[in-house]
Design a protein around this ligand. Structure first.
Ligand code: SME
Length: 157
């Protein structure tokens, strides 16, 4: 496919609906995990302009920083720690409207105000998480959860 994304204005659902087929096309025929996670991060950053978007991969029982877009970030997170480590431990998507109200939130950037973390589950095990951070409160909701989970379902490990 062409390497330029079509970026649109509109409702959140409309933005995802235009972006999803483009992300699918980027992933099609490309088996390399890092390449695919890098392009997913870049595509989401371009469309939504969030502060930070990227992946942590489970390696030796820790989350280790993977491909991302945004400011430099913490490299390692333990199971059960922060929003990412909680999503991993509980194998479920975490939507945090106000990070200051999430006990144990790890502030990689003091600018982050709200966050969503979506696990990637393979054979009943979390193998990675997608983390998105916003400078605004209450950025993420079930619409993000639904579309982000759909995107992550396409990633081959
Ligand atoms: N805030 C996350 C840490 C990762 S950074 O935001 C990129 C957490 O609490 O797990």
């Amino acid at each position: 496919m062409a390497e330029d994304l079509q970026i649109i204005e509109g409702s959140k659902a409309e933005q995802y609906q235009t972006l999803l087929p483009q992300i699918k096309a980027l992933l099609e025929g490309e088996p390399d995990l890092i390449a695919n996670l890098a392009n997913i991060s870049a595509a989401l950053k371009e469309q939504f302009g969030w502060l930070w978007i990227g992946f942590y991969l489970v390696k030796n029982n820790e989350l280790v920083l993977g491909p991302f877009q945004g400011p430099v970030a913490c490299t390692r997170i333990k199971k059960g720690r922060g929003v990412c480590g909680t999503s991993w431990a509980e194998a479920k998507t975490m939507i945090v409207p106000d990070v200051e109200k999430f006990p144990g939130h790890i502030a990689c950037s003091s600018l982050s105000r709200s966050e969503i973390v979506v696990p990637i589950i393979l054979n009943d095990e979390v193998v990675a998480v997608l983390d998105a951070d916003s400078e605004a409160l209450d950025t993420y909701d079930e619409t993000d959860q639904q579309y982000l989970e759909e995107i992550l379902g396409w990633v081959e490990f």
